[in-house]
Write a protein that binds this ligand. Structure first.
Ligand code: SAH
Length: 231
């Protein structure tokens, strides 16, 4: 059954959060995250052809083989970051800009990187038109993070990586958190939470199985420096 209104979308997120509590360790998301999910109209980020499905709890195509994520997953990933109004966040995979808009309501500033130029341009324009002033979009390979703006209190990767990029872990502030889907394309991937403690040690926890479009990066095609052909 499709959600036909934003209120129904919020109710679905609430019940999904309860349903997945044994995996996520939380049976509801913070008031600030739920308020952001109410305040940001998903319809403004969904292509014309799918407007009637804008509040449904599923991913939707945004062109270029990419998708806007499922609302429940957007809420979950945002909640897992434990953001405060002072947080500076890095997102990899701007897509439609919807997740960035949600983050911008919960955090202080959002830096977001998108590799497809047309999507980066469309998201920049859309976010400006909607009046978001605390989001900066950049077109690049997000695998390497955003060194000039690091460290970040939180990092969110919204495309599935083959592994956790060391460059992103390095750009995470002590006490910070990163949420990232890791795994192979078309298989359930694992949503992982990486926490960096005050001494800089990281801990990785499995949250739940997810399905994201792949993180496309030249890093996956590079030969590791210690690799000798034929060995
Ligand atoms: N967060 C988005 C949905 C993400 S879909 C939203 O709210 O709409 C994943 C996005 O990651 C796609 O737009 C894809 O082009 C982008 N992407 C894939 N690999 C990337 C990379 N290496 N760097 C930056 N963006 C990447």
């Amino acid at each position: 059954m499709w959600n036909t209104s934003a209120d129904e979308m919020i109710e679905t997120i609430r019940s999904e959060a309860k349903y997945t509590a044994s995996y996520t360790g939380r049976d509801k998301f913070s008031d600030r995250v739920m308020q952001a999910m109410r305040d940001v109209d998903r319809k403004a980020f969904v292509p014309e052809a799918y407007q009637h499905m804008a509040y449904d709890n599923g991913p939707l195509s945004i062109g270029h083989g990419q998708t806007i994520s499922q609302p429940y997953i957007v809420a979950l990933m945002t909640d897992m970051l434990n953001l405060t109004p002072q947080s500076r966040v890095l997102e990899i995979g701007t897509g439609s800009g919807y997740q960035a808009a949600i983050l911008s309501r919960v955090a202080k500033y959002v830096y977001t990187i998108e590799r497809v130029p047309a999507l980066a341009q469309a998201a920049t324009k859309r976010l400006a038109q909607l009046g978001y002033h605390n989001i900066e979009v950049r077109c690049d390979d997000g695998y390497y993070g955003w060194q000039d703006k690091a460290p970040f209190d939180a990092i969110i990767v919204t495309a599935a990586a083959s592994h956790i990029p060391q460059s992103l872990t390095d750009q995470l502030q002590t006490g910070g958190r990163m949420i990232i889907p890791v795994g192979l394309q078309y298989l359930p991937q694992q949503l992982l939470l990486v926490s960096k403690d005050e001494t800089g040690n990281t801990r990785t926890e499995f949250i739940l199985d997810v399905a994201f479009v792949p993180l496309v990066t030249e890093a996956d095609n590079l030969v590791p420096p210690d690799h000798e052909p034929g060995t």
